[in-house]
Every structure is written in C-alpha cells, then in structure tokens.
Design a protein around this ligand. Structure first.
Ligand SMILES: *Cc1c(COP(=O)(O)O)cnc(C)c1O
Length: 234
C-alpha cells in the first residue's frame, strides 16, 4: 500500500506541469495514508469537512509545513473553525458566506486564501455561483478586504463527455480572464482550482493551476478506513 500511494504520486507528479499545484484530497483517507503521501513529497492536502480535518490535524501536528485546503461546502456556523484549520478555502459559494468569512477573518486577524466556486453549467447537485450571479456580486466581493480572493473553483456536472468537460474548464478560464480585465483592486484572480481524478488531464489542458486528486492517489479502498464518527458530520 505504501508503494502504491508513493508510486501514484510520483507518476502523476512527473506528468503535471511544474506550475500546477497537486492537492491530495484526503477525505475519508486515514492519517497513515496522509503520512505516506507526505513522505512522498505532498505538502498540500484537501479535506471537505471541517470536523474531519480538525481530528486529523490533531494527529499530524509534527508535519508543520502542510497547507490545508477546504474543498467542501462550508456551513456558516463552522466559519470560525474553518479559518483556524485551513489556509485555503476553495468552496466559497455565496456572497453571504464570503461576507461572514471576511468579518470573522477580521476578528481573528487572519487573511485566508479564497477561491470562488462557480457553476459554468446549471447543476442542482452543487453549490456555487452561476456566472451571471458572480459577475453581479464582484463589486461586493471586492470589498471583502480581509479575504485574499485569488482563484475560481469549479466542478463540472456528472455525466459530461470529454469535450463537454473540456468546454466547462475552458469557459472557467475565460471567466477568470474576464474578471481580471475588470481590474478590481482586491480581486487578484490567478488560480484555477479545477480537475479531479477523472478529468484533471483536461483541466490542465485548459490551464488549471490546482488539481484536487483523491482516488487516483489513494485508491478506492482507502475510502473506508475512517471511523464512523467522522463520516456522520454534516
Ligand atoms: C472528493 C473531491 C475531490 C477528489 O475527487 P477524486 O475523484 O477522488 O479525485 C476533488 N474535489 C472535491 C471538491 C471533492 O469533493
């Protein structure tokens, strides 16, 4: 198992452009597997639940140079905790959440790195702004001075073919360029968080700067090891 995680990481790394940050998604992955990935050189880890991340981080305090990324929907009552446990929040999906993060970040004297989650295509199963909603909210997001809004995150809907998926990623890249051209002083968007195990190669083609990979690194079998208590959260 050690060999396979290490091999997967080495292989994927060697195929990724240097400019692309590899985030190992460790939801439902054991602390031991996280240590193996760390030993293989991974320093960016993604979790989708605040509580689960908190429990794992308590067991990984000796690995002090990890950057933690929250990639799952954030409930408003967990915002303060999220700010304590993550340097990046990819799943900021509404103006309301952004404002709350901004206010609490001010109180806690921190300035989290933020990606805005957008839905290029309508998708009832996902959180996030539609493109037009996001464009409307940009001036207000620009006023969130405690947030380092650096990127856009997207997850294509299920069931698209390769061409359709690539089109979603290309449109996300176009959206980033469009936002940049507006020259908002506080919206320095230069990160594209897109690409998972099934589609990261397409995302990289479209200019992704952060891929979020779980199963392709850890295999399906790791996704059962976590104690129940962690899965019941949310
Ligand atoms: C689980 C998850 C991933 C990783 O997905 P894999 O298919 O296991 O690579 C990436 N991003 C988000 C938001 C996720 O929830």
């Amino acid at each position: 198992m050690v060999e396979s995680i290490t091999e997967h990481i080495t292989k994927i790394r060697s195929n990724l452009p240097k400019s692309v940050r590899l985030i190992a998604v460790t939801k439902q992955v054991s602390v031991n597997a996280i240590r193996i990935a760390y030993a293989a050189g991974i320093r960016n880890f993604g979790e989708n639940k605040v509580q689960e991340a908190e429990e794992k981080q308590a067991q990984l305090q000796d690995l002090s140079d990890i950057t933690w990324h929250l990639i799952g929907h954030l409930q408003s009552n967990k915002v303060a905790k999220a700010l304590k446990h993550f340097q990046w929040i990819h799943s900021v999906d509404s103006l309301k959440l952004a404002k709350r993060l901004d206010r609490l970040a001010g109180e806690l004297y921190c300035s989290p790195n933020i990606c805005l989650q957008v839905k290029i295509l309508p998708d009832p199963n996902k959180y996030g702004w539609s493109v037009s909603e996001l464009m409307t909210d940009l001036p207000k997001l620009n006023q969130c001075e405690n947030l380092k809004i650096q990127g856009v995150m997207t997850i294509p809907p299920q069931g698209l073919d390769h061409l359709q998926t690539l089109s979603v990623f290309d449109q996300t890249q176009d959206l980033v360029q469009e936002i940049r051209q507006k020259n908002f002083s506080n919206l320095k968007i230069h990160e594209l968080s897109m690409g998972m195990s099934e589609d990261y190669h397409l995302a990289v083609t479209a200019g992704s700067t952060m891929v979020r990979l779980g199963r392709i690194l850890f295999g399906e079998r790791y996704f059962n090891e976590i104690p129940r208590a962690c899965q019941d959260e949310n």
